[in-house]
Design a protein around this ligand. Sequence first.
Ligand code: GUN
Length: 296
Amino acid sequence: MSAAIIDGKAVAAELVARVAEAAAALKVEAGVVPGLAAVLVGDDPASAVYVRSKGKRTREAGMASFEHRLPATATQAELLDLVARLNIDPQVHGILVQLPLPPQIDAAAVIDAISPAKDVDGFHAINVGRLASGLEAMVPCTPLGARMLLRRALGDMSGAEAVVLGRSNIVGKPMAQLLLAENCTVTLAHSRSRDLPALCRRADILVAAVGRPEMVRGDWIRPGATVIDVGINRVAGADGGSRLVGDVAFDEAIAVAGAITPVPGGVGPMTIACLLANTLTACRRSLGLASATLFD
Ligand code: GUN
């Protein structure tokens, strides 16, 4: 038997279409266009690609995109000043400061300065705490996208054993919170966990977010499990070029899992789609409106 492939690209396209429709309706009903400000400090090529792509996708969804670039030599005071201006700009409903930041800048202080209501990354301590408390929060985009794929693949997750591999603030920790809220029994495993293969084999739902190419082997996977691969790793290809692989050895996993996300085309496309959804949500909340139904 071979696992079902979870088509993140298709689900992301559907989510973006819903966001675009809701944004268009908001413009008609309230005369407001949701706006996302993306801030790039320095000229890391990968970050520049991400920020450009976020801007393009934002405009395609009928929302306003504001791109701000600061030189790699920018001071923390300059970045904090920009964030302060975006916090009070009525056209800006979402603020994203692309990480990583240059070493002279304290990323935690910058995240702390973003208005929690505009924190579409969900990185501010207020949002982290609200998510952990089960309150309405801005939720980090990658785990939000992974949850949507899991809901599509599984429906009710109550009672499932979920193992999250990786304890980052961006993915692992919020993913664990979301799975707990879905009534899973959650294990948050990491590089110091004892006997990772055995831990992973317990999982009905396995989320790999460690950033190590193909670390999760086929024999780490429980037969029939649903596997969400958050990794995007560039490795040398056989032809002398390079190729993208996930944190899961896909060719091995597909023979064991019940369903699995591919890399690319799994979780990746969901992240930007969720960023657009969070921007729409932030805009609606700023107007006192409930969140649109986007993620079912
Ligand atoms: N760098 C890598 N991933 C992310 C993300 O989700 N948000 C931001 N702001 N920076 C990132």
